[in-house]
Each structure stands twice: as structure tokens, then as C-alpha cells.
Design a protein around this ligand. Sequence first.
Ligand SMILES: *[C@@H]1O[C@H](CO)[C@@H](O)[C@H](O)[C@H]1NC(C)=O
Ligand SMILES: *[C@@H]1O[C@H](CO)[C@@H](O)[C@H](O)[C@H]1NC(C)=O
Ligand SMILES: *[C@@H]1O[C@H](CO)[C@@H](O)[C@H](O)[C@H]1NC(C)=O
Ligand SMILES: *[C@@H]1O[C@H](CO)[C@@H](O)[C@H](O)[C@H]1NC(C)=O
Ligand SMILES: *[C@@H]1O[C@H](CO)[C@@H](O)[C@H](O)[C@H]1NC(C)=O
Ligand SMILES: *[C@@H]1O[C@H](CO)[C@@H](O)[C@H](O)[C@H]1NC(C)=O
Ligand SMILES: *[C@@H]1O[C@H](CO)[C@@H](O)[C@H](O)[C@H]1NC(C)=O
Ligand SMILES: *[C@@H]1O[C@H](CO)[C@@H](O)[C@H](O)[C@H]1NC(C)=O
Ligand SMILES: *[C@@H]1O[C@H](CO)[C@@H](O)[C@H](O)[C@H]1NC(C)=O
Ligand SMILES: *[C@@H]1O[C@H](CO)[C@@H](O)[C@H](O)[C@H]1NC(C)=O
Ligand SMILES: *[C@@H]1O[C@H](CO)[C@@H](O)[C@H](O)[C@H]1NC(C)=O
Ligand SMILES: *[C@@H]1O[C@H](CO)[C@@H](O)[C@H](O)[C@H]1NC(C)=O
Length: 431
Amino acid sequence: MSVPAVLVLGALAKSASAAVASTFTAPAAAPTDTSPFYVGASNGTIQNTPLVPGAVFDRFIQIWLENTDYAQAASQAVFQNLSTQGILLSSYYGVTHTSEPNYLAAGGGDFWGLYNDVLEYIPTNISTVVDLLEQKSISWAEYQENMPSDGYGGFNYTNSDNYTYYVRKHNPLVIYNSVGLNSTRAARIRNFNDFAVDLGNNTIPQWVFVTPNLRNDGHDTSVAFAAQWLQYWLIPLLQDPNFNTPRTLILLTFDENETYALNNQVYSILLGGGIPPNLKNTTDDTFYTHYSTISTVEANWNLGNLGRQDTNKTVANVFEYVANVTGYKNNGLTGKSKLPFLNITTTIPGPLNPQYYVPYLAPNTSGTGGGNGMTFVASGTNLTLNASDAPAPVNLTANSTMTTSGAIGGFIQADLLVSVIGAVFAGALLL
Ligand SMILES: *[C@@H]1O[C@H](CO)[C@@H](O)[C@H](O)[C@H]1NC(C)=O
Ligand SMILES: *[C@@H]1O[C@H](CO)[C@@H](O)[C@H](O)[C@H]1NC(C)=O
Ligand SMILES: *[C@@H]1O[C@H](CO)[C@@H](O)[C@H](O)[C@H]1NC(C)=O
Ligand SMILES: *[C@@H]1O[C@H](CO)[C@@H](O)[C@H](O)[C@H]1NC(C)=O
Ligand SMILES: *[C@@H]1O[C@H](CO)[C@@H](O)[C@H](O)[C@H]1NC(C)=O
Ligand SMILES: *[C@@H]1O[C@H](CO)[C@@H](O)[C@H](O)[C@H]1NC(C)=O
Ligand SMILES: *[C@@H]1O[C@H](CO)[C@@H](O)[C@H](O)[C@H]1NC(C)=O
Ligand SMILES: *[C@@H]1O[C@H](CO)[C@@H](O)[C@H](O)[C@H]1NC(C)=O
Ligand SMILES: *[C@@H]1O[C@H](CO)[C@@H](O)[C@H](O)[C@H]1NC(C)=O
Ligand SMILES: *[C@@H]1O[C@H](CO)[C@@H](O)[C@H](O)[C@H]1NC(C)=O
Ligand SMILES: *[C@@H]1O[C@H](CO)[C@@H](O)[C@H](O)[C@H]1NC(C)=O
Ligand SMILES: *[C@@H]1O[C@H](CO)[C@@H](O)[C@H](O)[C@H]1NC(C)=O
């Protein structure tokens, strides 16, 4: 364990919220070191299934930063320098506002109508990218900075300095009960001390989601502060063969654009040893969204699909250099005026929309994803409750409180009770 060091990295950050000091403080000498600041001790080295080669890459690492408009990120030297080492994705979009629904989209292929950051538990029979990966024995993990213990289910965590660094709303998979409430799977949602140990033992899995804490991801600070964290954490790791192999693809992105009145474009870069040399320092104008992270993984490992927005050809283009190898046909959408609006909130119906409700529907089993595999159908799924038979969305705003089940098929489990408003429709919802 190393003594924390303060890195002074260029100009002081211009803080958006000024909640905290704007100078980044490194938690350790290097990201390869554990730190008491990360709270939980390491839980030992992660155990992985043998490597499963993909068509284009063997490891996919996503790193999500927070709430930044495209132009702000593009003005930072760190992002400019990184873009010369990879492919700048000039038409990548968040899928809605606020944060939590964007993270849910990357985990399960939908955001279920959610438009806030409240405590949610998504029913066990709603599947995620983990189901697809595990079908092919592809190892995976999340690394959540300042999450106190592996698989921690709490809403947030406050360090001994009384600052809340970790939030569940930025942890996509823990919110899905099929992961968060399954102890085997939840143990793969790990903290940054585990990351240091997994890195040291060269056991970083094949699918990885990285969430820096609320300061380092720019949420409570600014994009300039997040850039300082990248300088400490990502820049050296790009040179670390236990992190960035010649077959590694890294996506650096943001959950959402800060200005709701504009469509939801976020600055995103593809990086890593897996980027073909002739594509480094290039720009890809293809229209991508957070759903592209799922469809690209499906294409690379020829997985099944979730039958959600990962199979929606409008919003799930596969990263082009991958699509070109696997033969996936992208939709050719370009030009801001032709793109769908992905800044819409409150009016998209769903089981997590408290005023405009439809129940969880069955996945679309006739959908095709990035790969050729079948739609994953979790046990306990009523396939009859599909989009064509769905009850019309119900505007519940003015009605009284009731409780209903969120599960497809309508059976009630303690872990998936959600409160919605609108007793009139109890019959349709309680099934
Ligand atoms: C490898 O993992 C073990 C625990 O499983 C840990 O004690 C050791 O420090 C790790 N090695 C490195 C280099 O991190
Ligand atoms: C280690 O993992 C177990 C479950 O596998 C969990 O209960 C425990 O809290 C973890 N400890 C830490 C420090 O993460
Ligand atoms: C953390 O959670 C508590 C309730 O569990 C809440 O009162 C508080 O506002 C939360 N803080 C943050 C920063 O999310
Ligand atoms: C944290 O808050 C508690 C309770 O308000 C207080 O007793 C303690 O001194 C605070 N610690 C720090 C490091 O500010
Ligand atoms: C929990 O996850 C493990 C590992 O993915 C899986 O084998 C097991 O079936 C899951 N358990 C349940 C009850 O879903
Ligand atoms: C979404 O963005 C478009 C284009 O910038 C804008 O016209 C529209 O008002 C925005 N919608 C919302 C709900 O903010
Ligand atoms: C937010 O995204 C839109 C693209 O939809 C972009 O035109 C705009 O510049 C971004 N906002 C700012 C303030 O940069
Ligand atoms: C990246 O490309 C630009 C031209 O588009 C060029 O000016 C610059 O030198 C290149 N940088 C690197 C590091 O290759
Ligand atoms: C596909 O995505 C577009 C753009 O968000 C949306 O308008 C359309 O309803 C989606 N289709 C389905 C079947 O969900
Ligand atoms: C993908 O293939 C198309 C058509 O052959 C080509 O124009 C494009 O440059 C390729 N893109 C990449 C990133 O390789
Ligand atoms: C639901 O009804 C309320 C109150 O009448 C209205 O303000 C709101 O716009 C409606 N929501 C939708 C999504 O139609
Ligand atoms: C499955 O859903 C359909 C359509 O909502 C419903 O009629 C049927 O009773 C459900 N079956 C079960 C076993 O819940």
C-alpha cells in the first residue's frame, strides 16, 4: 500500500458546483496500488473462466464520466490527446436524463421509463448483458470506486471524511436483481482495491465497467477535475499490459449531456491496443448510443440478445470497425437533424415511470441483436405479455396509491414490489 500523493496536473479545475476543492488528490501513488481511501480491503483475486476470443477484441472496458456537454470535454487537453490515440466518436448519445436510466440502459438494454435517480430494484426475470456473457462463459466485472464492499447494495456510501463518494445510481448491474441479489454475481461488482489486486495478478476480466467516484467522474466537480483523474488513472493504465492488451477495446464516455434542452450528445473515444493502427487519430461519425455498447459486445462474441433496445436498429449501431469485421449492417443515420431525440424525459412510458405506467413486458424474441444468437429469456418470463398486447400506458398522476408487481407474468415477489399510483388499473397491472 502506498502513501497518498497529491498530483498537480496543470491548471486548477473550473468547478461547476464548487462543492469540493477543485484540485484532484490521488488516492495512491498509482492506480496499481491499493488505498485506504477506497475503504473495503481487497477480497482476493477474481476467478475467471478461460479467455473466450472475440472476433475483434478480447476485452471491453467501459469508463463512464458524468454530466458533460460535448464541447466542454472537447476543450480539455487530456481528451484531445486521448482522441489522437484512438477513434473519436463524434455522434455518440446518452439515451435520456437523468443519470440512473442511462446506466440502466447499458446494463439491461432499456431504462424502463425512469427519469430520476431513486432507489430501484429491477425484477429478477429482467435480463442483462451478464446473462448474455455468461451463456458463452465470458468473464465480467464492475469496478466501483469507493463502494465499500463487493456487491454492496446500499443507496450510497459516505467515507470517514463525511463525503459521499459512492452512489448506487451509477452502478448499472447492482440495480438489476438478477445480478445485485445473486451473491455469486454480486461478488463480481468490486471496488478499486480489488481492481489493484486483479490488475497485479493479471486477472482483469473480459467485460469491465468502471465507475469513478462522484468527484473523479466530474459529477460533483467539473470536467477539468475528471481530466485530472484520467491523467492519474487511465493514462498510465494504457501502458499497462495487464490492463490494455493488444486485443483490448476501451470506451471512454459520459452518461449524459449537461444541457437538457439540446439533444444528448456526449464526448466518447474508443481506445486501447485493439484499435487498428490506421484508425488511430480518426473520427467516426456513425450514430451511437449507450445501447451500442451492448450490440457491439453481442457482435464481437456472437452472443444472443436481450430483445430490448439492443435490437432496435435505430439506436443500436455497432461500433463501425467491429461491424465491418462481423458483417453487422449499421443504419447509416448521420446528421444531427435526422437523429432521434434522446433528451426526452418523463413522457416515455415504463414500469419505472411513476406517472406514465406500463408493466415490464416480455423481451422481443423476434429481435436480432449484434450477434446471431437467440433472445435470452429468463425463467419466470411470461412471453405472452409482449409489446403488441401491452396495456395502453396509464397516466397515473392524479390517482391514488396502489402497489403492484413489476415482474413479467405478474407474480409478486418481495424484492420487486414497486409503488405506482392508479387503483383504477389494478386489474391490468396485478394480473
Ligand atoms: C494477487 O492476489 C493475492 C490475493 O489473491 C494478493 O495477496 C496479492 O497481493 C496479489 N498480487 C498482486 C501483485 O497484486
Ligand atoms: C468479500 O466478498 C463477500 C461475498 O463474496 C462479501 O460478503 C464481503 O462483503 C466482501 N468483502 C469486501 C471487503 O468486499
Ligand atoms: C445518501 O443516502 C441517504 C439515504 O440513504 C440520503 O439521505 C442522502 O441524500 C444520500 N446522499 C447522496 C449524496 O446521494
Ligand atoms: C463527520 O460527521 C460527524 C457527525 O456529524 C462528526 O462527529 C465528525 O467530526 C465528522 N468528521 C469529519 C472528518 O468531518
Ligand atoms: C446466480 O448466478 C450464478 C452465476 O451466474 C448462476 O449460476 C446461478 O444460476 C444464479 N442463481 C440464481 C438463483 O439465479
Ligand atoms: C431536445 O433537444 C432538441 C434539439 O436540441 C430540442 O429542440 C428539444 O427542445 C430538446 N427537448 C427537451 C425535452 O429538452
Ligand atoms: C449538447 O449536445 C449537443 C448535440 O446534440 C451539442 O450541439 C451541444 O453542443 C452540447 N451542449 C454543449 C453546451 O456543448
Ligand atoms: C492527428 O491528426 C491531426 C490531423 O487531423 C494531425 O494534425 C495531428 O498531428 C495528428 N496527431 C497525432 C498524434 O498523430
Ligand atoms: C427504437 O428507437 C427509436 C428512437 O429512440 C424509437 O422512436 C422507437 O420507438 C424504438 N422502437 C422500439 C420498437 O422500441
Ligand atoms: C467500414 O467499411 C466501410 C465500407 O467498406 C468503409 O467505408 C469504412 O471506412 C470502414 N470503416 C472502418 C472504421 O473500418
Ligand atoms: C399526465 O397527466 C398530467 C395531469 O393531467 C399531465 O400534466 C401530464 O402531462 C400527463 N403525462 C403524460 C405523459 O401524458
Ligand atoms: C401471461 O400474460 C398474459 C397477457 O397479459 C395473461 O393473459 C396470462 O394470464 C399470463 N400468464 C401467466 C401464467 O401469468
